[in-house]
Design a protein around this ligand. Structure first.
Ligand code: ADP
Length: 543
């Protein structure tokens, strides 16, 4: 027997309408390239989104379901497109501006983007891409230079302000986002209105992002990285103000002090980089209450530094572009309150519990499928997930058993443990796990331990080919202060406290900067390219 409730479609138009009706005076503030602020309220945003939706329709080149690219930083115009495109039936396709023109051209061609909206901050680099793609229409915003293209503000000012949202149904595609390509070619994930709506509700629970109407939220995570982790929708549904940092690299402490940010989100690299600036306390950052951190493991040493020295709560999240992106979230429970601080930071450094709505399982592949592994915090296995906001296949790629199990779970490509309370901890990406003499070595665990050394600022461990053992770990570090003693001996002794001898890297290399991917993760493929070709055994071990 079916129930008798309304079959009310779950769409992003509801998020926008709610923000406009209930939180109309809340503000979106954007740092402009000239370092001044642009600020308007949700009412103005709403009116502009309506006009923009009309303008998009009137461009005449976009049919419902067509993909529309955005080549932009985190700005109010990008936020407008986050609503106007999906709410007019088009598919928002944020392009990763840090990929090369060749990489992006492949993505744009596969997505068949009909129109691309280009941020003036990237006009020159977009011109490179433009030569390689076919796209019917380019619309520029935030630019003073004359372009033989359509101007965004003109489109909006000339458009009719009245528009009825045009979303065929809740399972209509709303966004297309490509993975950041850390381990291979980026793959497209096609979200629906329903999946993004449910993801928004899920992350807005008190024990997940926990955003409230009193928050001022700053996504430092780019809007092209996994839909800015859902924050453009979550913040406006919660009624929070938003601060968007624009394209220029900015002084984060200044931005927080001037706008009163309470919650900010970004990858660990960012927080490691800005920690010295924040801890100098030259600016008043006392409004900042919480950082949402993910994309890579957040080391416990950095969690401790933020929580102990700055009084800022760290919420460590794990997710994937394929999961809209949130999968797990690490928060302490009531039962943890009496633990020592060190024990609390150890738990918070885990990737956390599945957020309500997400199912996890640990699996081992056998000759006839998978067996389920126990949640004892010890046994590690392949992490598999499912949820209403997890991809069931990739865009334009036939589903294969490499990515999806026959019973419909996503194979994440991560190796993890899960403890009895459901806290998941990433051991490594399956492809990054170092296989030495038939045993596995976790690069993530070695990196976390190196980061506990007072002189280490950043660490990346990779497996380099070795004739005798198959692979051996090699550590690359940047230092916050010089080390007088022999670097290799220092780190070997440091790691020997926690790890068996065969885990200890044969070689430690000090570099000025660790190569990063387009979204700020350690680029282990680039590091490997740099070091694998060298005859490691012949080289002396210190930098
Ligand atoms: P890519 O796989 O190309 O990097 P994503 O940006 O979607 O694309 O990254 C998802 C992957 O990032 C996860 O499968 C996992 O390996 C890694 N990841 C995300 N969050 C964390 C985290 N908190 N700790 C460790 N790894 C993480």
């Amino acid at each position: 027997m079916h129930g008798l409730m309304m079959n009310y479609p779950l769409t992003l138009a509801q998020v926008l309408e709610h923000a406009r009706h209930i939180h109309s005076s809340k503000r979106v503030t954007t740092l402009l390239p000239d370092q001044t602020f642009h600020s308007y309220d949700y009412t103005t945003l709403y009116e502009r989104v309506k006009r923009l939706a009309n303008a998009i329709t009137q461009l005449g080149v976009i049919q419902p379901g067509d993909r529309v690219g955005t080549y932009a930083s985190n700005t109010y115009q990008h936020l407008e497109l986050y609503y106007a495109l999906p709410c007019s039936g088009a598919v928002l396709h944020p392009l990763n501006v840090r990929l090369t023109a060749v990489q992006l051209a492949r993505i744009v061609q596969e997505a068949e983007d009909k129109v691309i909206f280009v941020d003036g901050a990237f006009t020159d680099q977009f011109d490179e891409l433009r030569k390689k793609i076919e796209c019917e229409q380019i619309v520029h915003f935030n630019t003073s230079s004359a372009h033989p293209s359509v101007a965004y503000e003109q489109l909006i000012s000339e458009a009719d302000p009245i528009y009825s949202w045009d979303i065929p149904d809740e399972n209509w595609a709303m966004g297309l986002c490509y993975t950041s390509g850390t381990q291979g070619e980026p793959r497209g994930v096609l979200y629906t209105h329903r999946s993004m709506f449910l993801h928004t509700l899920a992350v807005n629970q008190a024990d997940v992002f926990g955003l409230t109407e009193m928050d001022i939220v700053m996504p430092l995570v780019p809007m092209f990285h996994a839909m800015a982790w859902g924050l453009p929708y979550a913040s406006m549904f919660a009624g929070a103000d938003m601060v968007l940092p624009g394209a220029k690299s900015v002084c984060i402490a200044d931005l927080i002090a001037e706008t009163g940010v309470t919650v900010a989100a970004g990858v660990p690299t960012i927080w490691a980089k800005v920690y010295p600036e924040l801890s100098e306390r030259k600016r008043d950052i006392s409004t900042l209450r919480r950082l949402i951190v993910g994309g890579e493991a957040m080391p416990s040493a950095l969690i401790e530094a933020y929580e102990k020295n700055l009084g800022v709560e760290i919420c460590h999240a794990w997710g994937m572009t394929e999961m809209s992106p949130t999968g797990t979230f690490s928060k302490l429970r009531g039962a943890h309150q009496n633990l020592s601080d060190a024990e609390k930071w150890r738990i918070k450094a885990k990737q956390g519990q599945p957020i309500p709505g997400v199912e996890l399982r640990l699996a081992a592949e056998t000759s006839n499928g998978f067996t389920k592994l126990p949640w004892d915090g010890e046994v590690s296995g392949e992490l598999q997930v499912r949820s209403p906001w997890t991809a069931s296949r990739y865009y334009n790629i036939e589903p294969t058993t490499e990515h999806f199990t026959p019973d419909g779970w996503l194979r994440t490509g991560d190796i993890a443990t899960v403890d009895i309370d459901g806290y998941m901890q990433i051991v490594d990406r399956a492809k990054a796990l170092i296989r030495s003499g038939g045993e596995s070595i976790s690069s993530v665990a070695l990196e976390a331990s190196l980061l506990k050394h007072p002189s280490v600022l950043e660490a990346a461990v990779i497996g380099v080919p070795d004739e005798e053992w198959g692979e051996r770990p090699l550590a690359v570090v940047t230092l916050s202060q010089p080390i007088r003693a022999d670097i290799s001996d220092t780190f070997k002794q440091h790691l020997a406290v926690e790890f068996p001898k065969f885990w200890i890297p044969d070689r430690f290399v000090v570099v000025d900067e660790i190569p990063k991917t387009s979204v700020g993760k350690s680029d282990k493929r680039a590091i490997l390219e740099q070091f694998a070709s060298e005859n490691l055994r012949d080289r002396s071990s210190a930098a």
